[in-house]
Design a protein around this ligand. Structure first.
Ligand SMILES: [Zn+2]
Length: 296
């Protein structure tokens, strides 16, 4: 199977599994939830969409899929009559950028890390032209929009090679994209530049840069957990990744094979990640980790 097909199947499986579960938790019953100061999030299918909707600004972070993007736009336009200023992509995956074309009809600009359009092209179907950012950045981007100040920071490769942390400074809310799968085994994309070891540094950098009372929006969550949280949730993900590295590294040093190491259900202290309703297993993460350690 071509890597491209694998990626697409995985994302389809992911979205398919998440769809029926998305309405289960009480806090997620409403598609739109306000967090602080006109900033909130929208869930329907795929990666969580963040938004800023006020009299002076309309911004979205990530675009899910064409159908859910249309629902999101309709809801946002009920909140404000302001024209859409920006769509920001946290990374290139289809469940975060698939609705770019729908947003493009009303938004002035799309912003993303410079690698995002490249990966979108790389993973697109033949004959398909993905809708990509017209404003790109290498390490950081900042813009005043209405009475809010928005930052996007890239701290190096992690979930992909083009991840951004999007921070609404005045609201003190950060969208982490897929840098956080809340208590769920993350999807890792080495074909698009991912690095588990650098992912730990990226989360450390995030914790160092942002205030300790920041509210966070996560790309995905174990169906039993929330798609928002605090620094404590960032630390859990960080510590899980570190435990994954240590487990795999020690196994490699002890001469164990990839298959032996993949035959593991759960890492001690991270039992919450082991949810049968989630589409990835610990073995998926160990496999990627093993390959990362033996190739560089
Ligand atoms: Zn992703």
């Amino acid at each position: 199977m071509k890597r491209r097909d694998f990626l697409r199947n995985t994302l389809i499986v992911g979205a398919g599994v998440m769809l029926p579960l998305s309405g289960l938790s009480a806090s997620r019953r409403d598609a739109f939830t306000t967090l602080r100061r006109n900033v909130g999030f929208f869930t329907e299918r795929g990666g969580t969409i963040g938004w800023l909707a006020s009299d002076q600004a309309l911004v979205a972070v990530d675009s899910q899929f064409p159908d859910s993007a249309a629902h999101c736009i309709a809801g946002l336009q009920e909140k404000t009559s302001h024209s859409m200023d920006l769509l920001i992509n946290t990374h290139h995956h289809g469940d975060h950028t698939g609705g770019n074309g729908t947003f493009k009809e009303i938004t002035e600009h799309i912003v993303a890390h410079k690698n995002v359009p490249v990966y979108q092209q790389q993973s697109a179907d033949e004959g398909e032209t993905p809708v990509v950012a017209d404003i790109t950045f290498e390490t950081s981007w900042k813009q005043e929009v209405g009475d809010e100040i928005i930052h996007a920071n890239h701290y190096g490769p992690a979930h992909t090679g083009g991840d951004a942390v999007v921070y609404f400074e005045k609201a003190n809310v950060a969208h982490m994209g897929d840098l956080i799968f809340n208590r769920a085994y993350p999807y890792i994309d080495p074909g698009a530049g991912a690095s588990v070891r650098n992912w730990v540094s990226v989360l450390d950098e995030t914790l160092k840069t942002l205030p300790s009372d920041t509210l966070f929006i996560f790309g995905h969550a174990n169906p039993k957990f929330e798609v928002t949280g605090t620094v404590e949730d960032i630390k859990v993900m960080r510590n899980y990744l570190e435990a994954l590295i240590t487990y795999t590294q020690k196994g490699l040093q002890a001469g164990k094979s990839k298959e032996e190491l993949m035959n593991k259900e759960v890492l001690p202290g991270f039992e919450a990640f082991n949810n049968p309703d989630w589409f990835l297993k610990l073995s998926n993460n160990v496999e990627v980790m093993f390959n990362e350690l033996i190739t560089n």
